[in-house]
Write a protein that binds this ligand. Structure first.
Ligand code: NAD
Ligand code: ZN
Length: 366
């Protein structure tokens, strides 16, 4: 097991990465659990594989696990389900000093984290991320949110977990498409800030998505360390450092919006395409070489991710994708920041991108 500490002003917490952590959850979380009853939020897919292991560990240690099993899927991050979760937690008599366990992917983590943020004006929670995406990205850093009819993640809070347990064994039951989508957020750390890690991904990305345990462990460790460093520098996304994590997300969000946030394109798949577009746009602007853009595209493709938006067969124009971007929450005082590249491992925020040029560029790519 490896441990990364997320250091924040006046506070810190551990992210533990390793095998067997869910089977050992009672020991791992024990010091944080004050009562016999332990509230756990999860979804039906995760429960089918992991409820038994978690229950076994907790009951053997004298705890009493209480599960709330929700429907899987993005639609669960809603006002309605939030209300259900909060009412259930109140019925469980959860108090401010207690901890709620979030067992699942980013949907469960974001929803449970937000419920914890508002319950009794903020109670504790522990992230037990079970997808690659949640282990390397959403469980670390304290962003929590739900979706509303105005868009995704528009209502939420910064609320840090007390502990994150990323059990690599959970990746064994993850559908391969979800693995690929999570891998996009892994290689993102290399492209945005770590040339050496990008080079490792070029060699080993295919192994990560194929289920090689050693490669997965290295990928999760490096990603968690990168995320922890960035969050420690800019917890609330005020200085611009944390914004670099949005590499590929402005283009990606537009593609997700155009495909109706449906299963046609998972978030990570959209981010993979978005990173290819950010690299090619950076090359078009002369910030990086065409060779570097091609290298990024090849490395993403190695992990079986789609790298050509033409293959999506969208019937829209570049200007339609730009219009989606303008609805993105990352709009800041009327400007739309783009994360572009000066090199592999050197992302920067460009607040002065000409949107007509972006539209023309996308017309060529579509
Ligand atoms: P998810 O939670 O929907 O999980 C994907 C699918 O895998 C679901 O069907 C789930 O039931 C299933 N699953 C989860 N773990 C499994 C396992 N071990 N075995 C088998 N099946 C399993 O999606 P996700 O990709 O983990 O997360 C996406 C969400 O994360 C989005 O809502 C996004 O907005 C959010 N997100 C948040 C942050 C943040 O900083 N808070 C960052 C990135 C993404
Ligand atoms: Zn993302």
């Amino acid at each position: 097991m490896s441990v990364t500490r997320v250091e924040l002003a006046g506070r810190s917490y551990e992210v533990r990465v390793g095998s067997g952590l869910l089977e050992d959850v009672a020991v791992q979380c024990g010091p944080l659990l004050r009562k016999q009853a332990v509230p756990i939020i999860t979804d039906a897919n995760v429960a089918a594989y992991w409820q038994e292991a978690v229950t076994g560990s907790l009951t053997a240690a004298g705890f009493e696990p209480h599960f709330l099993v929700l429907d899987p899927g993005e639609a669960t991050k809603s006002w309605q389900v939030l209300e259900q979760v909060v009412d259930w937690l109140l019925d469980q008599e959860v108090e401010r000093g207690d901890h709620i366990l979030a067992l699942g992917g980013g949907v469960i983590g974001d929803l449970t984290g937000f419920a914890a943020a508002i319950l009794k004006r903020g109670c504790g929670f522990i992230q037990l991320p079970t997808t690659l995406l949640a282990q390397v990205d959403s469980s670390v850093g304290g962003k929590t949110a739900i979706n509303t009819r105005a868009g995704k993640n528009l209502v939420g809070a910064f609320h840090q977990p007390s502990l994150v347990l990323a059990d690599l064994d959970a990746l064994a039951t993850l559908p391969s498409r979800e693995m690929g989508a999570g891998y996009a957020e892994v290689i993102k750390y290399g492209i945005l800030g770590d040339h050496a890690f990008f080079a490792w991904c070029e060699e080993n990305g295919a192994k990560v998505v194929a289920g090689d345990a050693a490669a997965q462990e290295y990928a999760v460790d490096q990603s968690v360390a990168a995320k922890a460093r960035i969050v420690a520098q800019d917890e609330r996304e005020t200085t611009g450092t944390r914004a670099l994590l949005n590499l590929g997300h402005t283009f990606g969000h537009a593609l997700e919006a155009e495909t109706g946030f449906s299963d046609r394109l998972l978030h990570g798949e959209a981010v993979a395409l978005g990173m290819v577009l950010a690299a090619r746009f950076s090359a078009r602007k002369g910030y990086i070489s065409q060779d570097d853009a091609a290298r990024i595209c090849a490395a993403i493709g190695n992990a079986l991710l789609t790298t050509e938006i033409a293959s999506l067969d969208l019937s829209c124009r570049g200007a339609d994708l730009v219009a989606h971007m303008l609805h993105d929450k990352k709009m800041d005082a009327g400007t739309l920041p783009f994360i572009l590249l000066r090199g592999i491992g050197e992302a920067f925020v460009d607040k002065h991108v000409d949107l007509a040029e972006v539209g023309a560029f996308l017309d060529e790519e579509l």
